[in-house]
Design a protein around this ligand. Sequence first.
Ligand code: FAD
Ligand code: MG
Length: 328
Amino acid sequence: MSGSCYTYSQQLMGTTVSLQLFVENQQAVAAVFNTIQALETRLTVNRDHSEVMSINHAAGKQPVAVSKLVFDLIRQAKAASLLPHSCFNFAIGPIVKLWKIGFNGHSIPPAKEIAHRLTLTNPHLIELDQAKYTVYLAKAGMEIDLGAIAKGYIADITRLVLAQYGIYQAIINCGGNVLTIGCSPLTPNQHWHIGLKRPFAKADSLLGILHVQDKSVVTSGIYERYFMLNEQLYHHIIDPFTGYPLDNELQSVTIISDNSLTGDIYSTILYGFGVRQGLNELEKHKDMGAIFVTKDKKIFIKSNQHFQFELLADDYELCQSFIPEQTQ
Ligand code: FAD
Ligand code: MG
């Protein structure tokens, strides 16, 4: 419970990225932010040029060679998109670009246009050549979107960058993605305390606090990027089977895992599954824990011994265990 704490932040990837260290090391700080900036430049689909955009621009024309780093993320994105019943789909780009949720010009697109664009989101039609590091979108109009997972991938890489400077104790927060590295010098039991935001409230209003050590904490939710129209909320997690925002009982899913890319992939997949199927799925993934927050203010926790949760909001009900349907 001692020592100094140094916090640095920059606006990157449409959010505030912050880094907390417990030694002063300007070189390490510069290396971390330069790395994030460089990866954003390669992975973004919010500018006209990037490695991913060069693939998108060549849709229906030719395969495009990319760097090993970008290929590696795309390979993992394809695998996650092909998991059984996965609502994560890295080919979702044409629909995301149509809705523009979280960006200027958002609107409810015509149903006909959504139906047309759905025909451009088949992940099987994204061909990867492992030998040449090429990616080919087989139909014109197809677009890769790595928005759901690129921050996790980048957070994991920053851990490697810090290790090069001998730093094994830090927190990197990429907005919705928090990676805690090592154990905390700030608390007696050396656990990091990570706040879980209260949905639709001010940034400093918390539902509760997670206690973790050396874990990634990633949240996918409907309360950061959305718009309201006729009292209906339209958020940015799209159901790849309908082309509309995913509609279920959840406000958010938080995944606690060793690496942040895994957390990022599964926060989307388990959001799509909902509470019941999500908790069942976690039986197969003992390397992860999760927190499900529902619209009717229930919190379901599956810790798998990866974290503890301290509830702060007394209007939310903590449901430690889940009663399977057949025994209810
Ligand atoms: P998550 O829940 O993890 O993911 C939601 C995002 O994933 C959606 O925004 C969409 O992009 C995508 N998505 C939606 N449905 C699906 C689906 N079914 N399967 C797979 N993916 C889906 N924001 C800005 O405002 N300006 C920027 O310039 C900008 N640049 C960025 C550059 C990079 C490299 C990255 C990674 C993000 C950037 N962002 C930017 C933010 C980005 O547009 C998304 O809002 C953000 O990545 C969503 O992350 P999340 O953790 O909040 O949501
Ligand atoms: Mg995500």
